[in-house]
Design a protein around this ligand. Sequence first.
Ligand code: SF4
Length: 442
Amino acid sequence: MTSTAPKSPTVGLISLGCPKALVDSEQIVSRLRAEGYALVPEYGQADLVVVNTCGFIDSAKAESLETIGEALSENGKVLVTGCMGAKPEEITAIHPKVLGVTGPHQADAVLASVHQHLPRPHDPKVDLVPPGGLKLTPQHYAYLKISEGCNHKCSFCIIPDMRGKLRSRPLGMVLREAEQLVERGVSELLVISQDTSAYGVDLKYQQDFWAGQAWETRIHDLARALGQLDAWVRLHYVYPYPHVDRLIGLMNEGLILPYLDIPFQHGSQKVLKAMRRPAAAENTLERIQNWRRECPELVIRSTFIVGFPGETEDDFAELLDWLEEAQLDRVGCFKYSAVDGARANALPDPVPEEVKEERWHRFMQVQAEISSQRLKRRIGGEEPVVVDRLEGDTAIARSYGDAPEIDGVVIVENPGDVAIGDFIDVEITGTDQYDLFARRLD
Ligand code: SF4
């Protein structure tokens, strides 16, 4: 008996430049080989060509551009990486037909582009993990991590010491993962990081390619691109920088959910400064009002810390006033507790435990009233909700305003024929402090 093994997809790689570029090329070919791609030496044998360029001096740039031109005319499917990729416009101006451009030391991004244009071979003997990786969340929603680390130095936090500076994942790679998740049945993508608004800063917002289009590695472009997938897109850990204003337009276009998770942590400028919070100097109340004017259904969730060292009764009163004015929808509150190694531990005037406790209760009381008033405004409205679980004759669902695990739920009695992960249209009929009650329409 004879059997014909399926042909492996083939990649040709041309490596120009110095030993550092060669090491990058070695990494790329090793990983391609490990994934089952075959490496070939001729343009004519390759399904796709990767050119690793050098941009050190003018003659090296000229050689790189000439090689890209040659690969395009001999093969046609060309990805460009390496030093010249740091300025993609210099390449695309001359060779607009290249499929994608990435900078130096970006093996992850190169692999993501290869997957996009020449799908990974599937080997059931070694492919025990589905594309997009194993997920521990229910099948209908998934977390999408867009970066690692953080450039801030909040005095109560040791994450930057543990995980280092911000390292954004290449945009094409994030989008490819999102696409795979949606293909696997995920209908809600929860975008997470330590600082979502800073996405792409470390990559200097470099250009990347996805779905035949050029995008900048920044949160606005990423959110707009994610909005083209058939899924709810929910943004977590956003800071109130001016450029976040542009995301509100995407909510109005229906591309991302009108929901923002912004960890404000306090309302007093003095305490925020002691916390060394990002965007501490921004006028957040004004910003929130503008967002709400532009997108009235916007739901904002946040977290706060009470009893931070040096927080006086006046500072706390300022926080309560801030809360009254901000009218946030969903809020979590923590009593400050020292984290080993955090700079805040050295701050003077610790707040006694019983004062923290008392402030926490006052905070929760004020916010409970605000949250319940905000929820009441939705009574009578008609909205789609997604079903998370079934309890007897009741569906426990979530609306656009409820992130899984951290926010409330929508309780739908007698929803009829429905399965976990289904979207159903409901009319909101009532609320309690945190949850909504609804009846199914249709
Ligand atoms: S708390 Fe501050 S330092 Fe820590 S991860 Fe968040 S933004 Fe970065």
